[in-house]
Design a protein around this ligand. Structure first.
Ligand SMILES: N[C@@H](CCC(=O)N[C@@H](CS)C(=O)NCC(=O)O)C(=O)O
Length: 85
């Protein structure tokens, strides 16, 4: 069964786009869940529960939520994501 990954954040964000490119590259099934930064939704309690820095992106694979420098901004981590899938 295909893994479903939720990508929280506006796709125009380069930090979000970096993750989306990798998900596309591995052909992962995922949904983009928009976070409206113009209304500071990224600082809302609901989003801070996903990303404790109050930033985008955060991506969710089942119960596991990834966020922050190591998960999304590090080539080795993204390569790990690719290999996982
Ligand atoms: N290195 C971080 C950078 C994330 C980041 O800077 N995200 C920006 C949008 S591209 C953000 O959420 N800015 C709003 C803020 O910092 O309050 C990561 O990859 O998660």
């Amino acid at each position: 069964m295909a893994m479903k990954v939720y990508e929280y954040g506006p796709a125009m964000s380069t930090n979000v786009a970096r993750v989306l490119v990798c998900l596309e590259e591995v052909g992962a099934e995922y949904d983009v869940v928009p976070v409206d930064m113009t209304t500071s939704e990224h600082k809302s309690p609901a989003h801070v529960a996903r990303n404790h820095f109050g930033q985008v992106p955060a991506f969710q694979d089942g119960d596991l939520i990834h966020y922050g420098e190591i998960a999304t901004n590090n080539a080795r981590s993204l390569l790990g994501l690719i290999q996982y899938y």
